[in-house]
Design a protein around this ligand. Sequence first.
Ligand code: TYC
Length: 103
Amino acid sequence: MSDNDVAAKPKTRSKPKLQRPKLYKVILVNDDYTPREFVVMVLKAVFRMSEETGYRVMMTAHKLGTSVVVVCARDIAETKAKEATDLGKEGGYPLLFTTEPEE
Ligand code: TYC
């Protein structure tokens, strides 16, 4: 058996590329009906925010139209957005939280 019979090893080692799961933003959307204090209460209850942070996030949405609440894994983002939107519904308000993938 000559050296030529030995199967050549591939010269490049293929590194398995583990894709990092995409992160999602939970976005608070402004409306004309939900009271400010109610929005802050929901932010504190669902996203464990302090009064100060909740107020700041609420005022950002109030002034600019939307505000990013948190960035996290897709399933958590979707669950929290639904929980928070449902709290608004229970209170009779059109409060809306949406999700979108982070760039
Ligand atoms: N714009 C509402 C008001 O003036 C308050 C509000 C803020 C509602 C943020 C929704 O995402 C919101 N009562």
